[in-house]
Design a protein around this ligand. Structure first.
Ligand code: ATP
Length: 194
């Protein structure tokens, strides 16, 4: 999977709509301290489904919305769009996540409303996602070194692209348990009728 374009509006310090085209080869982002370089990486992790506000250097999920400055009022929503190539059956996919202040966030893939799980499966199947080891944020190297074996295994599974299989296995197990419960209920009813 390759990221081709990132669009942001109202996300952290990116109050005005911004669009970044990422061409093949190496791309560097340069700028003075505090200009928002890390916010770009956080936008990528957020649109991929990051659910922890703390890992996005915030206290609450609404903290990703532009909070205002002395010159500009705060915004009520933030939206990030990621255009990617090689997204399974979809080929090219535009993934959008939008958050409204006090109302939570919603996702779209190629214009269709989808669940957070659909977005994380799309990225997990391509061996990437909000927790991909390819996205190395500040302090991440230390965290990898200090990780417990189970956490390290999770990183390896994400890198190998099999993390999505665990989610699907859990879903299948839940369906199996529900079906078993239905069957035993049917048996009980049949027993009562005899
Ligand atoms: P450094 O090189 O020092 O790591 P950086 O270029 O990576 O800096 P970031 O850490 O991405 O910069 O950006 C930090 C800036 O983003 C700060 O000025 C901070 O005030 C601003 N910022 C973060 N969240 C918000 C928000 N919700 N609303 C407005 N501005 C925000």
């Amino acid at each position: 999977m390759r990221i081709r374009r990132l669009k942001l509006a109202g996300f952290k310090s990116f109050v005005d709509p911004a669009e970044l085209h990422i061409h093949p080869g190496l791309t560097g982002v340069v700028g003075p301290n505090g200009c928002g370089k890390s916010n770009l990486l956080e936008a990528i992790r957020w649109v991929m489904g990051e659910g922890s506000a703390r890992s996005l250097r915030g206290g609450a999920m609404d903290d990703v919305i532009f909070a205002g400055t002395a010159q500009r009022p705060a915004r009520d929503f933030a939206e990030v769009s990621l255009l990617v190539d090689g997204a399974g059956d979809e080929g090219e996919a535009e993934v959008v996540r939008r958050i409204e202040r006090g109302a939570g966030s919603a996702y779209r893939i190629n214009g269709r409303d989808v669940r957070a799980k659909d977005v994380s499966l799309l990225f997990a199947d391509a061996a990437t996602g909000a927790h991909s080891p390819a996205l190395v944020s500040q302090n991440r190297i230390g965290a990898v070194i200090a990780a417990r074996p189970a956490e390290r295994r999770q990183m390896l599974e994400e890198a190998a692209g099999i993390a999505g299989l665990h989610v699907r296995r859990r879903d299948a197990e839940q369906k199996l348990r529900a079906t078993e419960a239905n069957l035993s209920r049917v048996d009980e009813l049949l027993g009562e009728m005899e």
